[in-house]
Write a protein of this length. Sequence first.
Length: 524
Amino acid sequence: MKNSITVIINADIFTMKGRQRAKALACDAGGGAILDVGGNSQILGKYKALKPEIIDLNGKVVLPGFTDCHTHFCNYCLLASRPDLDGIRSIKECLSVIARYVTGKAPGQWVIGGGWNKNIWSDDRLPSAQDLDTVSINNPVMLWSKDWHTVWLNSSALVALDIHSQTPDIPGGAIERDARGKPSGLLREEAANHYYRLAPKASIEEYSRAVIQGQKMFAKMGLTGFHNMEGVEEFDILQSLARRNKLFLRGTLYHNIKALDGLVSAGIKSGFGDRNLKIGGVKLFADGSLGSQTALMLEPYRNSPSLGMNTMPPGELLALVSRASQNGLACAIHAIGDAANRLVLDTFQKAKDLNKDLRHRIEHCQLVHPDDIARFKEMDIIASVQPIHCPSDLDLIERYWGARGAYAYPFGDLSRSRARMVFGSDCPIETPDPFRAIQAAVTRQRIPPDRPPFHPEQRVSLWNAIKAYTVDAAYASGDEGWKGTLEPGKAADFICLSEDIFKIKPEEVHKIKVERTFIGGRGI
């Protein structure tokens, strides 16, 4: 039987416990924990008699494993096996991809994919059902936009979902219509979510295979955990894998608020579960997105009278946050615009005495008025941000927000205020590669750089960017007692990097590869 003790030597270990560093580390895959951290001779001398596996890293940097704090993990895994339109620059090219995918499909078989982004298309118009009809008449097609706020359907899908001229809009969403009132093929916000739930789902077998493969993709990028913003179906898939010992990443799930009654009646609170799968709380929405101009604003969009879309009345938002808090469930609330962020902060302020131990959070925080920055720290509200979005949104920020862009993606302001900030990707909207996100946070530039840093005062230090993926990520899910740093007794979740992230140029951080990933002391 293989010895479960592993000793790492000749490494440059950044423990993330303060600024402490070490050269060697001993861990036990049997218990999944770090046994000791220290010097080479100290660790070798102490554990040599146990005949450990010894791994010489030749000076490579070791960090705690990263946690992506905002994912749609199961959907990311599933979509990775389906049509991917990310980066495609025209409607015509999108149709070519779908045409290839439809080939060989049985009539009536659904085609579901996503990633299309009208903001980078050469076409100066929105897509329509008629566009998709040119490549697929017999197969319903449903394609999510890159920002995950709009769905593009063909006519077959409209018929299958019973969407027609007389179909009423869904509260908090919209069925786009042409001049004659006929559905155009685009569904926005809650309408998109509603009809997506009505489309045929992947089989349990397909979903499970995709998630198993997706875990490997995450681990290869240095991600040992994820916070998931999905629903009951996805939780069932993750639970099934956990029961079969096939879930090796550390998952924390935030259920859609629609599951609140069930969670409360079952007495389930934040923290329920184990180290591989637990309940983080519930997810709510306060507004839409920047790209669709549905983010809720204090002042109208540039060159528009619109203030965006409030997806939930303030009174209802407060009632739900209050009920969740009273029943021990933390709230993660989507807020993009400055008005939405203020609304959510006001809501948390009003509910602050209901359960002071909960770790509430705001997801995205893309535009925060300067008057509201300090409130995150004052109320201990976690700012859950996605730096990878910033370079993608530069043109949109200037187009729709103008001078207010100075307060967009305010990582620097949040960091200086000492607010607790955690990083994620919102995958599948963006790649979950943490090194691309770290580069975005410390440079505020695209890859490769094509302009000066976007409001460089909003950059963060490399150290704080790594902290957002490790120490603060563990705090956000209430797990700082057993992970997030590399010290005795903590989980043996760590990664070895191909390059020294502290010496490489900031604009080259995205080139770093993860050479080894350990979860619970086991190499993945």
